[in-house]
Design a binder for this molecule. Structure first.
Ligand code: PBG
Length: 327
């Protein structure tokens, strides 16, 4: 006689749905959007099949479509023309820069859409680094003062949430202080707090043409500011520090390879935790599905469920539209 049989609760779809612990809804997602200059442009990113850069006119259409699907948060990245790049983020601060115009464009066509903006210098940097490069290193504090001004400029353009992705020390404090001082009390900060120096960002750097360049004294990777993939404790330390400095939402990035960190951070904090399922994760599944080696929809759903099960309150994902169509 078996008193306990776990298969009883797996008998049919109805009972399985009744005992299911994790579910996916459109409100779980933040949709990353790539914006480029020009008109009538919808350019596919070569390493991210079926993902595009939009010019502002076509961005309007895309945003309306997302809203109609129940996707209510976007995270904006801009592709900056090479001639506007320098080593101090001049273009990043311009009130009429592409990011600032993108924020206004989205708020014009869809005022209730939650607009989150990437704050980091890499798309604006001649060197492809998230900070100012000088004396053979990435300058921490000088970078922070530019990041704070950049965040303020996004808030002034209408951004709801500022998302610093640079990993400089103390940037959350500097950004929060300037926003408070200027009266932007309700502009939230979503900090990329446990952001690893990951090789999974490759396709994203294609999308923005923002990969680090060869420099004499500086490594071509981002290991002096992004975290070592070997570390776990450091993720919790870094996240708690960002919360002390005023982060409203914290993030673990990338997703799938770091689900242990997601669980650990979720257990340690009392603020919402976002997970960024990054470009390389998207590219891997697309490639395997193209070859007929994996079932795209099933694997996509399983991966997103795993991220939520690990503790994520929200997921930035290039799969957002595809998954919502499935629900
Ligand atoms: C910029 C930034 C990156 C990503 C988000 N913001 C790239 C990087 O840090 O090099 C990666 C996102 C992705 O791969 O999808 N600081």
């Amino acid at each position: 006689m078996r008193l306990r049989r776990n298969r009883r609760l797996r008998t049919n779809p109805a009972i399985r749905s009744l005992v299911r612990e994790t579910s996916i809804a459109p409100t779980d997602f933040i949709v990353p959007l790539f914006v480029t200059e020009g008109k009538g442009i919808k350019q596919e990113i070569s390493s991210m099949p079926n993902y595009y850069r939009y010019s502002l006119d076509l961005l309007q259409k895309e945003v309306k479509e997302l809203w109609a699907m129940g996707l209510k948060s976007v995270l904006i990245f801009v592709k900056v023309s090479d001639h506007l790049k320098d080593n101090k983020g001049t273009e990043a601060l311009r009130a009429e820069g592409l990011m600032q115009r993108a924020i206004k464009t989205i708020k014009d066509v869809c005022p209730d859409m939650l607009v989150m903006t990437d704050v980091a210098l890499d798309p604006y940097s001649t060197y492809g680094h998230d900070g100012i490069v000088a004396h053979g290193s990435i300058q921490n504090d000088a970078t922070n003062s530019v990041l704070a001004k950049m965040a303020l400029s996004h808030a002034q353009a209408g951004a709801d949430v500022i998302a610093p992705s640079d990993m400089m020390d103390g940037r959350i404090f500097d950004i929060r202080s300037l926003l408070e001082q200027e009266g932007y009390h309700n502009t939230a900060i979503m900090s990329y707090s446990a952001k690893y120096a990951s090789a999974f960002y490759g396709p994203f750097r294609d999308a923005l043409q923002s990969a680090p360049v060869d420099l004499k004294n500086i490594p071509k990777d981002k290991q002096t500011y992004q975290m070592d993939p070997a570390n776990r404790q450091e993720a919790v330390k870094q996240t708690l520090m960002d919360i002390e400095q005023g982060a409203d939402i914290v993030m673990v990035k990338p997703g799938l390879s770091y689900l242990d960190i997601v669980r650990e951070v979720t257990d340690a904090v009392d603020v919402p935790v976002a997970v960024y399922q990054v470009s390389g994760e998207y590219a891997m599944l697309k490639a395997a599905a193209e070859k007929g080696w994996l079932d795209y929809n099933a694997v996509m759903m399983e991966q997103l469920l795993s991220i939520k099960r690990a503790g994520a309150n929200m997921i930035a994902s290039y799969f957002a539209k595809d998954v919502v169509r499935l629900l």
